[in-house]
Design a protein around this ligand. Structure first.
Ligand SMILES: NC(=O)c1ccc[n+]([C@@H]2O[C@H](COP(=O)([O-])OP(=O)(O)OC[C@H]3O[C@@H](n4cnc5c(N)ncnc54)[C@H](OP(=O)(O)O)[C@@H]3O)[C@@H](O)[C@H]2O)c1
Length: 165
């Protein structure tokens, strides 16, 4: 399947690219700047397309001849089950058999260690949201539809990581 990948050069999103290639996808990486194309190709992209999410016209060209099942979709990708930080630490302890403890750092204390600016403001808002509503997720319906199978659980991922290390 031919897919257009957004964020192929990203620190976190870029880690998805080799995984897609390993699963047999032909990846066309969207890059905003030709100079970033090398980065995407080095991660395994078969080709690159120049485009910017802020310029819809450039995306139409980039999307041409890609698989259409997921085109124009925005997906919230969640594993099944809701966990808080304490439960996540418990799972991370049990599977590799190494103790991991969750501790509360007051938000203001944590924020004071970051430089002032929009990144800090955004992260503080995100952490407040988590404190009030818990981590997002819990419903794997979208991920099941995208993958065509049930997604792995958080515990399953920790188990795989423990076995691989
Ligand atoms: N839910 C979670 O737990 C979680 C965890 C980590 C990350 N994330 C999210 O995942 C996303 C990617 O994270 P990341 O760490 O890979 O970010 P990153 O390192 O900042 O990379 C951002 C990527 O998006 C591309 N990009 C930025 N603006 C674009 C635009 N207007 N048009 C097209 N491409 C654009 C960048 O291209 P250039 O190379 O041209 O800059 C780069 O490839 C972010 O939204 C982040 O918040 C979520």
């Amino acid at each position: 399947m031919k897919v257009l990948m957004v964020g192929a050069t990203g620190a976190d999103a870029g880690a998805v690219l080799p995984e897609l290639v390993e699963r047999g996808a032909h990846v066309r990486a969207l890059v905003r700047d030709e100079r970033r194309a090398e980065d995407a190709l080095a991660r395994g992209a078969a080709e690159t397309a120049l485009g910017d999410l802020n310029d819809p016209a450039s995306l139409r060209a980039a999307l041409a001849l890609t698989g259409d099942r997921l085109s124009y979709g925005t997906f919230e990708l969640c594993a099944p089950g809701m966990v808080d930080r304490v439960e996540m630490a418990a799972i991370a302890s049990e599977e590799p058999g190494r103790p991991v403890h969750a501790e509360v750092t007051p938000l203001e204390e944590w924020a004071a260690r970051m430089p002032e600016g929009p990144e800090r403001d955004g992260l503080v808002r995100m952490m407040r949201h988590y404190d009030t509503h818990g981590f997002p997720g819990g419903n794997s319906l979208v991920l099941s539809a995208v993958l065509g199978r049930e997604p792995r659980t958080l515990r399953g991922c920790f188990r795989e990581l423990a076995q691989a290390s």
